[in-house]
Design a protein around this ligand. Structure first.
Ligand code: NAD
Ligand code: UD1
Length: 317
């Protein structure tokens, strides 16, 4: 039996793969390397990397015929909200069609568990906070719409086909190996990268879109991996959706302050126009997943310290 991680060469996926390998499991990673990187993956005889796209049905059929998967962790996606606004058709093919194909193969070959990476983006900016799983949703972007539609197919596959499934709505994940190279990368990775460069003497700025008062629930990647493993193992998660965050709301301005406490100095801050589709406030109610024993282990400061150390060591070599 092997465990499949789609998007395993990406930021969150590669942390999950590391943890699965620690448990001495046989892991298969499928990734088209569109944003993922081979160097994110450790060397291990228990790890097989296969380059391929989840939009290719023939490829998926052959893959599922070649391996018996116990669990499918489906993390492959175009993860950038703003890329989905620019390229809705391409994004839909990956974020929605790809999910459907994987569900189909998982059902056909009777995998034990299917865990899907959904997103807080499904909530949109309806005013009620913190976000609870049973609240109405109003996704604002193609990314959010595709995550929501996929999520519905994922949880309904439990009721319709008895495929054991769980969808996790990740809030804003950060940590080592997050790629800062696009303007649409996760905000913490960009701020970390700029600060590391600034400390090295480069002339860079930290750019804030809008007034910096927008808030997010920033969750450290190791805590997200913990949630993925709970979703895999706890039968109470079957056919259910769970928020994965910390329950703490942090504005970008507060984030910058904390970053400054850690690094001593930060680049000059510029305020740029607000981005279309950007959500104003976001924070999770995590009581549903807490009831299964999940609790975040890392404070924002601790998580940022570990992340910054990695950025200094790895990006500026
Ligand atoms: P990432 O871009 O680092 O990882 C996504 C991976 O999917 C990459 O390795 C990429 O190469 C791969 N991929 C993309 N298209 C593919 C395709 N057609 N076939 C095969 N592989 C493909 O992003 P991430 O932050 O690690 O996100 C992982 C998952 O978590 C995604 O589903 C994302 O939507 C979701 N998520 C992320 C966050 C966050 O804050 N980072 C929050 C909510 C949800
Ligand atoms: C992020 C994830 C998305 C996930 C969602 C869940 C990434 C790239 N996106 O989207 O996959 O589903 O969380 O909540 O990880 N900002 C700046 N300056 C910058 C970059 C960003 O001010 O240089 C602002 C953005 O405009 C936004 C906030 O920071 O207001 C957060 O942006 P971002 O990290 O891209 O996250 P989300 O859009 O919330």
């Amino acid at each position: 039996m092997a465990t499949l991680v789609t998007g395993g060469a990406g930021f969150i996926g590669s942390h999950l793969v590391e943890e699965l390998l620690k448990e001495e499991r046989e892991v298969v990673v499928v990734d088209d390397l569109s944003t993922g990187k081979l160097e994110n993956l450790p060397e291990s005889e228990n790890l097989t990397f296969i380059k391929g796209s989840i939009t290719d049905r023939e490829f998926l059929k052959n893959l599922f015929n070649s391996y018996r998967f116990d669990t499918v962790f489906h993390l492959a996606a175009v993860a950038s909200v703003f890329k989905s606004v620019e390229k809705p058709i391409e994004t839909h093919r990956v974020n929605f069609d790809g999910t459907l194909y994987l569900l189909e193969e998982s059902k056909r070959t009777k995998v034990n568990k299917f865990v899907f990476a959904s997103s807080a983006a499904v909530y949109g900016d309806l005013p009620e906070l913190p976000k609870r799983e049973d609240m109405p949703v109003k996704p604002l972007t193609p990314y959010g719409v595709d995550k929501y539609a996929s999520e519905r197919y994922v949880v309904n596959s439990f009721n319709l086909y008895e495929l054991r499934t769980t969808a996790l709505r990740f809030f804003n994940v950060y940590g080592e190996k997050q790629d800062p190279s696009s303007p649409y990368s996760g905000v913490i990775s960009i701020f970390m990268d700029r600060t590391a460069r600034y400390l090295r003497g480069e002339e860079v700025t930290i750019d804030i879109y809008g007034d910096g008062k927008q808030t997010r629930d920033f969750v450290y990647v190791k805590d997200v991996v913990k949630a993925l493993l709970i979703a895999e193992r706890d039968s109470r998660t079957e056919g259910e959706v769970f928020n994965v965050g910390t329950g703490r709301e942090t504005s970008l301005l507060a984030l910058i302050e904390t970053l400054k406490e850690i690094t001593g100095k930060i680049p000059p801050v510029r305020f740029l126009p607000h981005r279309e589709g950007d959500i104003k406030r976001s924070v999770a109610d995590i009581s549903k997943i807490r009831a299964l024993g999940y609790s975040p282990s890392f404070s924002l400061k601790d998580g940022l310290k570990r992340t910054f150390r990695w950025f200094i060591e790895n990006l500026l070599r």
